[in-house]
Design a protein around this ligand. Structure first.
Ligand code: WTA
Length: 655
């Protein structure tokens, strides 16, 4: 079959009986969870988590929409990820096979990881870090990222990991919002064959006058020249290497905050989504077991996400380590030094479960199936997808060329806010339907509502995805802003429904198909970006009068950022040649937010289409950006605006 014809014929895939016989997730879990979902979760909590003190109430929903799970229980998350495995005689099992982009490797067993985390916890405490203080972590994909997170969890100091690709500006706002006392960073990391610096961004972030940071701990990764601020900055190796290996993990309340993770919302200001301990750990460990089907004694699991995103938190650090699994962690990009790097790594480490994003799969499709076919991928027995809808072509390609035409694929829908996987097939149970995330997992309940909030049951009718019951790993709020939490998630359809912000429909077999965001959030390469945030960044440039941003569909990245910009009158840039200013604006967005937010396309326009009440009609701009016939323009104040924009399209620069 050629690649073009892969999706021509509609096929579903039944679980292989040999796979099903060993699978962790079973059909009776659905019945059990449906019969009594609280009892079901209580059972998972006691199965996957070791409690220092057992809980006396499973769920307290009396303060809805603020949930408390496993009330009265106490645990230490780091103890669950490390100490108990060592105590159970698994100290010699590999926790992390690390491969740096330049090819350097490290192997950390559970005993090694435990020791490093204890040392780091002692060193951080010696710097004055206490339970309840927050810590900003700004690191490349190196084992110290997991070590730092676990050391914070051990102490009970919530971490706020800021993706290393974010700018100094973005780091600064996150440090202020979370009031972080300590920053953990590195001199740099390796990216596309070269060292790239990180520490200067921390310095720039802390140059902005008042800030709460007392100490900055710097890991030496690239050995670049690094300026250190006297009294504030310390090297990791100076304080951690000599620290004591003994550290007793104190139990923390089940609802003690574990981390804050910022994500884009519909308004300009990123939201600090915060998660707590017992419920979160229960659901990430449970899903890593029943959905990824990880068997800790035999599998090698690889989640290709960066720890800067929720996928890295839940499925590199907390889920697999709580289960005592062996993982691969890779620092770099898939095409350095060659386009077969990932497949080479799978062959080398005998990876058996791979969890990645559709954008990566589509990129590999573009490079051609000949590349993965040069490697022995026969160790792979399960594939996962996350971050955005996976189109059926990409699904079928993934199965055929990566999964050897036999590995089941789990398309997993979830969000930073949900903390863990919510909608996904169970690989030993579900008949797989390419392109659909299919069904809520046992313990989770979802519905699709129409505009009026009525449940849709009919196939192919498009509505809004809502979650109808609380779940253990749910966000506990937006850091410092309880009102915004209620308004964003629990008001669109009343306080009974969690509004996810995604469009969805059922097919005739009752499978759920996710259809992308229904709000102003774009999904670029599986990363969430807010249109408003990029608009604010553009408008902060002195030459920009007004800006509108839309996510236009893109074959590889899912969506791409397209900006329409009105320049200030009288500026020297009102010439026919806008190349310079466009380059400058693209770089300006990278500086304000980060390179991932750089618009693919910026169009300089004389006007923006607005309704009579002054709202920008993004729908029409999207039509232009996607080269479509324009929709209804009758609500515009001035319908000639759109012809102006269309005729000016030729002057827009595309990368
Ligand atoms: C989208 C990533 C379709 C969705 C874990 C969601 C998906 C947003 C899928 C959350 C999927 C994630 N199918 N869409 N399997 N997984 N999404 O917070 O729009 O970075 O609301 O969490 O990604 O993105 P976030």
């Amino acid at each position: 079959m050629t690649e073009e014809s892969l999706s021509q014929e509609h096929r579903t895939f039944q679980p292989d009986p040999a796979f099903a016989a060993r699978a962790n997730g079973t059909a009776d879990m659905y019945t059990e969870a449906d019969a009594d979902f609280e009892a079901f979760w209580a059972k998972q909590a006691r199965h996957y988590v070791t409690w220092a003190k057992d809980f006396d109430q499973t769920l307290d929903w009396s303060g809805a929409p603020f949930a408390k799970w496993f009330v009265g229980g106490e645990l230490n998350v780091a103890y669950n990820c490390l100490d108990r495995h060592v105590e159970n005689g698994l100290g010699d099992r590999v926790a992390i096979h690390f491969e740096g982009e330049p090819g350097d490797t490290r192997t950390l067993t559970y005993a090694d990881l435990h020791r490093e985390v204890c040392k780091a916890a002692n060193a951080f405490e010696a710097l004055g870090l206490k339970k309840g203080d927050t810590v900003a972590i700004y690191l490349p994909m190196i084992p110290e990222a997991a070590i730092a997170m676990l050391a914070c969890a051990r102490i009970g100091a919530p971490h706020s990991v800021v993706f290393g690709g974010f700018s100094a500006e973005a780091l600064h706002t996150r440090i202020l919002d979370a009031d972080s006392k300590l920053v953990i960073t590195a001199d740099g990391g390796f990216r596309r064959g070269a060292p790239s610096a990180l520490k200067p961004a921390v310095d720039a972030a802390l140059e902005h006058g008042e800030h709460p940071v007392q100490k900055v701990v710097v890991i030496q990764r690239t050995k670049q020249e690094t300026a250190m601020v006297e009294g504030r900055d310390v090297w990791w190796h100076d304080i951690v290497d000599g620290a004591s290996e003994e550290h007793t993990a104190q139990p923390h309340d089940s609802e003690h905050p574990l981390f804050i993770l910022y994500t884009s919302g519909t308004t300009g200001k990123p939201k600090g989504i915060f998660h707590t301990s017992g419920g979160y750990l229960t659901q990430v460990a449970y899903t890593n077991s029943v959905v990824h089907d990880v068997h800790p004694d035999s599998d090698v699991f690889w989640c290709t996400a960066d720890v800067g995103w929720v996928t890295g938190h839940s499925y590199i650090v907390y889920g697999p380590l709580a289960n005592g699994a062996t993982q691969l962690m890779y620092e770099g990009t898939p095409d350095t030094p060659h386009q077969g790097r990932w497949w080479e790594l799978i062959q080398k480490y005998q990876v058996s479960v791979l969890y990645t994003a559709p954008t990566a799969i589509r990129t590999c499709m573009k490079w051609g199936h000949e590349i993965p076919m040069k490697f022995d991928l026969s160790s792979l027995r399960l594939l996962g997808s996350v971050g955005e809808p996976i189109n059926p072509e990409a699904w079928l390609w993934y199965r055929k060329y990566i999964g050897g035409d036999k590995a089941p694929i789990v398309d997993t829908w979830w969000q930073t806010e949900t903390g863990a996987i919510m909608i996904s097939p169970l690989p030993g149970v579900t008949t797989l339907e390419p392109g659909s995330a299919q069904k809520p997992i046992p313990g989770v309940s979802a519905e699709i509502l129409d505009d009026e909030g009525q449940p849709l049951t009919e196939a192919e009718k498009v509505g809004y995805l809502v979650l109808t019951k609380p779940w253990p790993a749910m966000l506990r709020g937006i850091w410092g802003d309880p009102e915004r939490y209620k308004e964003t998630y629990w008001s669109r359809f009343g306080e009974k429904y969690y509004f996810a912000g995604d469009g969805a429909k059922y097919d005739k077999d009752g499978n759920i198909w996710l259809l992308g965001r229904v709000d102003d959030v774009m999904n670029v390469s599986g990363h969430r970006l807010s249109t408003t945030e990029i608009e604010s960044a553009l408008v902060s440039h002195p030459h920009v009068a007004e800006a509108a941003v839309v996510g236009a569909s893109d074959e590889t990245t899912g969506q791409a950022v397209c900006a329409f910009v009105i320049l200030r009158l009288g500026g020297e840039h009102q010439t026919d040649d806008n190349e310079d200013i466009i380059t400058e604006l693209r770089n300006h967005v990278a500086k304000e937010i980060g390179p991932i937010a750089k618009p693919r396309q910026i169009m300089i326009v004389p006007e923006l289409p607005k309704t009579r009440s002054g709202k920008i009609m993004r729908r029409l701009l999207k039509d232009v950006a996607e080269n479509r016939e324009m929709g209804d323009v009758t609500t515009l104040t001035d319908s000639s605006v759109m012809s102006l924009i269309k005729s000016g399209m030729a002057s827009g620069a595309t990368e």
